[in-house]
Design a protein around this ligand. Structure first.
Ligand SMILES: C[S@@+](CC[C@H](N)C(=O)[O-])C[C@H]1O[C@@H](n2cnc3c(N)ncnc32)[C@H](O)[C@@H]1O
Length: 216
């Protein structure tokens, strides 16, 4: 399972990513918008920005956004959507050093990306490096319980009609939390999110979110 496979899958998914029915994606968007992140005047980095559906929201509130993704197809959509907004898009594998100075970022954000990352340590290490003391990292991810039920990012390729399951890795909640702590981040909140009452009653959370803070 290589990053190339993942980037190429997202290049193909880009055409329909936002029009496909996807209740987890929609829940994630609502959760981010309601998270109360300190965006006013902030310098933000978004890793795995995709088609920019969250980048646009972040850029509407922040001073500027650095948006990273390694799928050229997704980035092209995001650039078109965010034209005129204060966003710098960079085509980059987020497992490598992010193009930001130490302690230069107020808010880091990632949504529905980390299931594609086998080793979480370099991601949390980069977040800890680029965040200023007191800066925050909002992590929203497919809940591990969904992965245990066999769910992972998938789509129907519009070109071939074939179902594509994007390479994904399982992570536990302790792994998210302890890897972040080992990188020097402090856990401020951890939440589980449900689509509706049916899922809540069945104990089937869709999303896991963490709010992490860089040591002051
Ligand atoms: C499910 S999409 C989420 C996009 C966006 N965050 C959203 O919530 O709509 C996952 C994104 O992560 C990107 N991605 C996955 N692994 C990556 C990596 N190693 N480096 C850069 N981008 C990556 C993919 O290209 C894709 O755009």
């Amino acid at each position: 399972m290589t990053g190339d496979e993942t980037a190429s899958a997202y290049d193909r998914w880009a055409a329909v990513y936002e029009t496909d029915r996807n209740r987890t994606r929609d829940l994630d968007g609502a959760v981010l918008r309601g998270a109360g992140l300190p965006l006013a005047g902030a310098v933000v980095v978004e890793i795995g920005c995709g088609t920019g559906r969250n980048t646009e929201f972040l850029a509407a509130h922040a001073a500027r956004v650095l948006a990273l993704d390694f799928s050229e197809g997704m980035l092209a959509k995001a650039q078109a959507r965010c034209a005129g907004r204060p966003v710098r898009f960079v085509a980059q594998d987020i497992r490598t050093r992010w193009p930001a100075e130490d302690a230069s970022i107020d808010v880091a954000v990632t949504d529905l990306v980390l299931e594609h990352i086998e080793d979480l340590a370099p991601i949390f290490a980069e977040a800890a490096r680029v965040l200023r003391p007191g800066g925050v990292f909002h992590v929203s991810e497919l809940h591990p319980a969904m992965q245990r039920d066999g769910k992972q990012a998938n789509f129907t390729d519009p070109a071939t009609g074939a179902e594509v399951r994007v390479p994904a890795f399982r992570h536990t909640i302790p792994e998210f939390v302890n890897t972040a702590i080992a990188a020097g981040l402090v856990l401020r909140r951890l939440d589980e999110w449900f689509i509706d009452e049916v899922d809540r009653t069945a104990g089937r959370p869709r999303l896991l979110t963490l709010l992490l803070e860089r040591h002051r």
